[in-house]
Design a protein around this ligand. Structure first.
Ligand code: FAD
Length: 359
């Protein structure tokens, strides 16, 4: 077991957009910290996105503080963004330690926290949690999933459109990823689309006001301690140039409600109708990767972590030593960026309170 002899002022867990932004702002405030990241190399979740996702396909990537993001070209996002993050980490000499997968954060009797990763540990006065969602893919349960003989993929394992050529493919989910997958696959093979709720299409151009209103909805949820919903899920869907061919083929208009169950060869609906399919893509989202925070008992009775400042802050209401970035309303590159600054200020306040209390 190895443990840091000194008590750090802060430990940032995760080095995606949110963790890098937090580290940049902590450094600017002169707060001694380390960033622990589970990946072997820079890039956060972006390094694991599918090869077919180009910079032109991403829905905009906000710049890290004081830098310029990669241009929207045909370059692969899983290469361009990691390269951008690597350059940023080096330029700002951010104190990143990897690979370190944090498995538990404990509270100590003296008011400090211990961050555990296997046989290593770090003592700290505060933490900034920036672990994203990518490691927690969510697939809803439906009867018959285990007897379906075709292939099933979640977004995390999407092998790219070519894999589906000639396979009748069912895409599940009402978010931007489902729309994007259909756009790529429908020109190559027969597709079906199912969503739990009627999709909400944006008819106007997406305005900054609409974005702010969408984020405000998620803020209201975390202010009440409810589990956050994806910001994208409340902004509504829009078709882009890449999706026009699928639209012309009628794929989006033919959307059906969720099936009732899966059978060996396909999906069965409540009205008895049946569709044979060879493959299913579950574009059904992610959950926050926060299991390592369980010992701190941050969850409210409503099931989520309540954040301060009516959900606009990053501080956990249940524990002033803990900030969450990239969680709920800040789960987008732009939100993560801003949250990094808010969290660094939250850490500064928490440290000042500890120092004042200890005389
Ligand atoms: P991540 O990038 O996931 O980084 C988290 C880091 O924490 C990772 O490096 C991970 O290894 C590390 N980590 C996780 N658990 C642990 C642990 N226990 N111990 C140590 N380290 C750990 N947003 C946009 O703005 N534009 C888009 O086009 C866009 N497209 C998206 C497409 C998909 C398919 C998805 C899922 C999301 C998309 N988003 C997009 C959202 C966006 O990617 C994230 O909200 C944003 O990048 C913030 O990243 P993050 O730092 O919170 O998390």
């Amino acid at each position: 077991m190895t443990s840091t002899p000194t008590v750090l002022d802060s430990v940032v867990i995760g080095a995606g957009q949110a963790g890098l932004s937090a580290s940049y702002h902590l450094a600017r405030l002169g707060i001694e910290h380390v960033v622990l990241d589970a990946n072997d190399t820079p890039g956060g979740a972006w390094q694991h996105r599918w090869d077919a996702l180009t910079m032109r396909d991403v829905h905009g990537v906000a710049e890290l503080p004081g830098s310029t993001p990669p241009p929207l070209t045909q370059a692969r996002a899983n290469a361009a963004i990691p390269e951008y993050f690597a350059g940023y980490e080096a330029a700002h000499e951010l104190p990143i330690v990897r690979p370190v997968r944090v498995d538990r954060v404990d509270s100590n009797d003296d008011g400090t926290l211990t961050v555990h990763a296997g046989d290593r540990s770090w003592r700290t006065r505060t933490i900034v949690n920036a672990t994203g969602t990518w490691t927690q893919p969510f697939i809803p349960r439906y009867p018959g999933q285990e007897i379906f003989r075709g292939e099933q993929f979640h977004t995390v394992a999407y092998p790219g459109p070519e894999h589906f050529r000639g396979k009748r493919t069912l895409v599940v989910g009402g978010g931007a990823s489902a729309v994007q997958f259909l756009g790529a696959i429908a020109p190559l093979t027969e597709t079906l689309w199912v969503t739990r709720r009627e999709p909400v299409w944006r008819t106007d151009d997406f305005t900054p006001e609409a974005g702010i209103a969408a984020v405000a909805l998620v803020e209201r949820r975390v202010a009440q301690g409810l589990p956050p919903e994806s910001v994208v899920s409340v902004t509504g869907l829009a078709l882009r140039e890449q999706e026009r061919e699928a639209e012309r083929l009628g794929v989006y208009a033919a959307r059906r409600p969720m099936f009732e169950r899966l059978e060996a060869e396909g999906a069965r609906w409540a009205d008895g109708s049946f569709e044979p399919v060879d493959a299913i893509i579950w574009a059904t989202g992610f959950r926050p990767a926060i299991a390592h925070l369980a010992p701190l008992q941050l969850r409210s009775p409503a099931g989520g972590i309540q954040l301060d400042k009516a959900g606009r802050g990053t501080g956990a209401v249940a524990d002033a030593r803990v900030q969450l970035v990239g969680y709920g309303p800040s789960a987008s590159t732009i939100g993560a960026n801003r949250a990094g600054r808010t969290a660094a200020r939250g850490v500064e306040r928490s440290l000042a309170a500890v120092r004042a209390a200890s005389g």
